[in-house]
Design a protein around this ligand. Structure first.
Ligand code: GPW
Length: 835
């Protein structure tokens, strides 16, 4: 590795070296930086520094530290000139940055002391930060965990996304209904660096002209249309206990400053040029709030192309600096497609290579397919992206031509392999011959990539045997693989649950487990240590007390921290079956009401905690939220019930709230209809924090069971291989709902929880409309399993042992393991070792 300094010309080298910034390392240095930022960067008097200003100054002090390491990391990577990974994701659900930065850099204790000297509490300062919520749910949070692992493992990697002005909406619950409020998060964001010098002009619309070059070869020219400029904003991503600091580059749209604008301006058309400006800015204005649903909006397609084109331009520009031959591109660049949202990148790279760089089609296509990998995150048909051919033609005329050519060449190879198989050709065609015709983005992603992976074993099996089975026949099984999801133990254990992290460190020989999570297995050696188990239980209790206080403060409901905390927090979706949970809660309420006071006294107290957002246009999901809130309103004030049952809806579930909620759960629910949840990742977070789970045989629940042992998990319900037959039977046979569930429905329809009509559709979906999500089939086994939970929770000693054993066996679910699998099996990249 050449010295970084060598890039500075000899005569100036000394001056630069002499003044090189060395970040603070002790309390004094930290305080000095904070005070300097308060007085100069924030222009505030020291006597007028509130918690907000103290947060800002602390963050700026850490940002400065990160950026010097960031610069050195980029220098190191440029000098080493090895292969880089580019993770393209429309969502990065980062949450807060300050606590994470302090812990990863290893200076949280230093900062705590300094903040204390300056008259604040570090916890209050951390709480000031607004979440960076540029994502909907699991898919976006996975991308954020991956960035943490990539940096912590020293991989040369970049994230590319959009800098939305509005992240996921803020949820308010008003009279039991969800109300959406815009999330304007950019007022003061110390974590981003605007790069006004890093811009890319992006073209839309226009038309394609073909000409012949001097060799008689046809060349396509994409002309006219309009130009929007992409401006880069960089966020440093610090690795844990390593100087490596990677980059997340987010693109923001603004009107191009080209002649077009000036013409209008000179003609005195000032207002219309301002309107153009605003129209350009809308491209990166808002995150689409749908989870597991494709709504096919034109602006969304514009977002996708804008982001993909800017990112590829940046990647290609970086590659070109190395002056290598094009065929070496895949040796220098690996691009991972986080679901199909960035699939246009396949087409855009082919366009750059053929139309702009003048490569032959086949050579270009080889480069393209060797570069891309595609991760699928769902089998739900309503989530598989399709775009109308007409829209594509209008917005990206040249890209549509290229898609047609890709499809033509692909179908020719299929025809060779399966002669005279018309059905095969229509079934795998990238163009769906429907009215209107559609571009199937998943098929384009498969054809354009060298590897396709699912995110848990069951899910990867399902995509290979159902939605993509014909592609397995065409490309062979080797192209398809599994990489089971993981989570970063830094945020989801060390940061969210510091006391548990310390206790684990004391039993496993320090904090090594945060870099190698398999070391958790040493915990099993301490399982018979009474003092250890006692402290374990105390930590869980303290975390529950913290949540109890939060519930009191925000909802004015008193819950008993000794009760069993039963948590289901995730996006609201029929397939995730929050309705099954609330029907179970109503069943419990009815059972308690039917008991004599003596009998009631013997029951185990339980707090049912829900949280999660519904997509604004998802009417049924909003009904579910409404029912949960109405049940809470009745149950929580019923004097017969008291502590025995409380129903809580936590408003505005997000990453920072998850950090408080996850460590406080005894039991969490992961109860999707088998075969519908690709993986799930919160299941991993809850178990890692010493909670047990009740779940279906779906997604990563299956692998969690395999790792921790089936005696440590409460599984119930239909298996995925039986789902189809049951659905068929509901529709074509006679569908009866068991009597316990019918009692629940009758109670709802008697008006116990408000207007019965409000929930008619939820009941009818199960009773009358085929019960697609098999709520009635799984209800009895769900109730029975919840009874087992009650029984087992009474034996606290054994419960705690189950929790410890489970945590000890969770090593597999680190996103570090997951990233290493991608690096070896898909990207072919290696870490850049830092001396
Ligand atoms: F539909 N996931 C998500 F596949 O959070 F695109 N949003 C989405 O839009 C999609 C998937 C998509 C989730 C899966 O539902 C979850 O099971 C998985 O754990 C997560 O992606 C990360 O792989």
């Amino acid at each position: 590795v050449k010295s970084v300094e060598a890039s500075i010309p000899e005569p100036q080298r000394e001056a630069w070296k002499k003044h090189q910034v060395e970040g603070f390392t002790d309390k004094d240095g930290f305080e000095k930086e904070v005070v300097r930022h308060v007085e100069t960067t924030l222009a505030r008097s020291l006597f007028n520094c509130d918690e907000g200003a103290a947060y800002s100054a602390t963050s700026l002090a850490f940002r400065d530290r990160l950026i010097t390491e960031w610069n050195r990391t980029q220098q190191r990577q440029t000098t080493a000139d090895t292969k880089r990974v580019y993770y393209l994701s429309l969502e990065f659900l980062m949450g807060r940055a300050l606590d994470n930065a302090m812990l990863n850099v290893g200076l949280k204790d230093v900062a705590r002391g300094g903040i204390d000297d300056l008259g604040f509490r570090i916890e209050d300062i951390i709480e000031q930060e607004h979440d960076a919520a540029l994502g909907n749910g699991g898919l976006g949070r996975l991308a954020a965990c991956f960035l943490d692992s990539l940096a912590s493992l020293n991989y040369p990697a970049w994230g590319y996304g959009l800098r939305y002005r509005y992240g996921i909406f803020k949820q308010e619950i008003i009279n039991g209904y969800q109300v959406e409020v815009p999330d304007y998060w950019l007022d003061f964001n110390p974590w981003e660096f605007p790069r006004h010098d890093v811009t890319v002009d992006i073209q839309f619309y226009g038309n394609v002209r073909k000409s012949q070059d001097e060799n008689g070869k046809t060349v396509a020219h994409w002309e006219g249309g309009e130009i929007v400029t992409a401006v880069a904003y960089d966020m440093p991503i610090p690795g844990y206990a390593t100087p490596s600091t990677n980059n997340l580059r987010l693109w923001s749209s603004k009107a191009s400053s080209g002649e077009f604008d000036f013409q209008k301006f000179n003609n005195g058309d000032y207002e219309s040029s301002v309107a153009d400006q605003q129209r350009a800015e809308t491209i990166s204005a808002v995150l689409y709030p749908n989870d597991n649903l494709d709504r096919g909006k034109e602006l969304r397609l514009k977002q996708q192309y804008f982001w993909v084109a800017a990112s590829l331009y940046d990647i290609v520009r970086r590659f070109k600096k190395s002056k290598r031959a094009w065929r070496e591109f895949p040796d220098q660049v690996a691009i991972q497609l986080n679901d199909t949202h960035p699939t246009l990148a396949v087409v855009e790279l082919q366009r750059i290579l053929v139309d702009i760089e003048g490569l032959e089609w086949d050579e270009a296509w080889n480069i393209v397919t060797s570069t891309f990998g595609y991760t699928n995150h769902t089998v739900l048909p309503e989530a598989l992206e399709k775009w109308p051919v007409g829209l594509m033609q209008h917005l990206l005329p040249r890209h549509l031509q290229i898609i047609y050519d890709i499809n033509l060449f692909f179908l020719q190879t299929v025809e060779k392999k399966f002669p005279n198989d018309r059905e095969m050709l229509t079934s795998v065609s990238i163009i769906e011959e429907s009215q209107p015709k559609m571009v199937r983005m998943a098929y384009l992603a498969i054809v354009g990539s060298h590897k396709v992976n699912g995110v848990a074993e069951l899910h990867s099996d399902l995509i290979q045997t159902t939605i993509f089975k014909d592609f397995v026949k065409i490309f062979g099984a080797d192209k398809f693989t599994n990489v089971t999801n993981g989570i970063t133990p830094r945020r989801w254990l060390h940061q969210a649950n510091p006391r548990l992290s310390e206790l684990i460190a004391s039993k496993t020989g320090g904090h090594e487990f945060l870099k190698d999570l398999t070391q958790l297995n040493k915990l099993e050696l301490s399982i018979d240590d009474d003092a250890f188990r006692k402290e374990w239980a105390e930590i869980k209790y303290a975390n529950k007390v913290r949540l109890t206080k939060y519930i009191k403060k925000t909802l004015d409901v008193t819950v008993n921290p000794a009760a069993l905390f039963d948590v289901q927090v995730k996006r609201i979706h029929e397939y995730k079956r929050q309705q099954l949970n609330i029907f179970g809660v109503i069943h419990r309420y009815l059972a308690l009401k039917a008991m004599s006071p003596e009998e009631r006294k013997k029951q185990l107290p339980r707090v049912s905690i829900f949280g999660g957002k519904a997509a604004p246009g998802y009417w049924m999901a909003k009904q579910i939220i409404h029912l949960i809130n109405n049940v809470g309103a009745v149950v929580n004030k019923d004097p017969d019930i008291g502590d025995l049952l409380k129903v809580i809806y936590l408003e505005d579930y997000n990453v920072s709230k998850a950090e408080m909620i996850v460590p406080a759960s005894d039991l969490s629910e992961h109860i999707s209809t088998a075969g519908t949840e690709a993986s799930g990742t919160s299941n991993m977070k809850f178990v890692l924090n010493g909670g047990l789970i009740i779940g279906t045989c779906d997604g990563a629940n299956i692998e969690i069971t395999r790792e921790i042992g089936q005696e440590n998990i409460f599984l119930f319900g239909t298996l995925s291989e039986d789902v189809e037959d049951l659905r068929h039977a509901h529709t074509y046979g006679s569908h009866t709902v068991d009597s316990d569930l019918n009692k629940v429905f009758d109670t709802i329809q008697s008006g116990t929880f408000g207007e019965p009509n409000d929930f008619g559709a939820m009941v009818a979906a199960v009773r009358d409309h085929g019960d697609f999500y098999l709520v009635s089939d799984d209800f009895q086994s769900y109730i029975d399993t919840q009874k087992m939970v009650d029984t087992e929770y009474r034996n606290q000693d054994e419960w705690v042992r189950k929790c410890i054993r489970s945590v000890a066996r969770m090593g597999f679910f680190s996103s570090d393991r997951c990233i290493n699998e991608y690096a070896e099996g898909i990207w072919n990249v290696e870490p850049l070792v830092v001396k």
